[in-house]
Write a protein that binds this ligand. Sequence first.
Ligand code: FCB
Length: 478
Amino acid sequence: MPSDSFLPLRFPEGFWWGNASAGHQVEGDNVHSNWWAWEQLGKVNDGTRSGRACDYWNRHAEDHALMRALGMNALRLGVEWARTEPAEGRPDEAALAHYRTLLEDARRNGLRICLTLNHWVLPQWLAEQGGWEAPRALEAWEAQVRRVVRAAGDLVDLWVTLNEPMVPVLAGYVAGYHPPCRVAPLAAARVFERLLRAHAIAYRVIHESLSRAPDGGAVMAGFAGAYQLVEPFHESGLRHALEKPLARAIEHSSFGAWDRSVATGRVAVPYGLGRAISGLAGSVDFVGVNYYTRISARLGLDTISNVKSGGHACPPGLERTEMGWQVYPPGFFHVLDLVRRTFGKPIWITENGCADSGDDARRRYLLSHLAQVHRAIAAGCDVRGYLHWTFTDNFEWREGFEKKLGIVAMDHEDPELRRTPRQSAFLLRDVARANAVTPEIVHAHGPGALDPWPLAPDSRGAALAPADAASGRRTFRP
Ligand code: FCB
């Protein structure tokens, strides 16, 4: 469908434009963490280790100035628990003060702050006691949240308690390829419950400690979830019929059960039997949506390995990113609508992006995904900002440094760690400055990038029904 008649796509006034990162992936030398210890065992696919990463810990001022020059008005970043409490019960005040300096610098550069309190990584001392399963884990976590809020609470506009809590549960305890690398379903269920409690604790501490956000508005806290649209691989016939329940099961176990638990305040099946968690119900002021791809559930001999590796079956004709993930922009629209129906709360895009060493695919990806965010807003989703994953190429967990997700190129081997903006950085700059995707931007960066996808809010019959946050019930199917 020719897209020009839909342009420009204007975003709401005050929309956040920025990038997202996580401490361990950019700061460097997170030496007291469980991921650092795991990397030293040579576990990373490309044989690298996070090492000095992007040295953001020391070069934050350079990065913030570049963000500002690129027209960004926001930044999502994380705090590393292993830095602020490198040894049990012995907080590092200098590290806390350093985070404060770093956040002040970001604010001086006109960046509003979204701060993630935990992005998977734990201090090694806690990992040695059993990680989230350790008897003292939640007590220690509460103390950690308190010290971060005390040190920097006045500088943070948006709090992400936990990043993608289902990743440590599934990759750490079911598929077993992230630390602690276990295949232990009962432990997965225990960790799921612990993380629900951790989220509720952080939410409570933030609200007990702070009465307003830096701009005088309401304190906003929530979690950031890893969302995918999950659909049957086949579009019709018997295999489609058989794949439908598989798709539902994948969706439920990978994020639906978490969302239901938070929305209802009770641990959802299959991770629990409905036990109420204190302080959980109503513990979101916003939801952070991380969206990258659609999962096409395919029944076949490779179903189990596919599901374990993240379900990377890709219908013919669709592009894949260098992570192997299918590019499916309309999934973004549907996921945003799903989250709106579940929670009925404001939404920030806390991650979205694409591994691409060339940068042309990233620009097409950016344009087509921004168009779907706009489509969701036009259909009634209260989306307040877009935080692209990511700014500089960084340490991509078990993929190491091989995958390039930055709008700014950075070679980990370069002694100077030079930052070189890619064309996609200028694309994002132009969108941020215009607060819109204009015809000029599309023609300059990705002619035709929007054409294959629906752009009208109600195309594919997706009229939006009212949210039903109280029961956590979702009625939506595309
Ligand atoms: C998300 C993670 C983030 C980054 C991207 C590519 O699942 O939250 O840290 O690795 O994937």
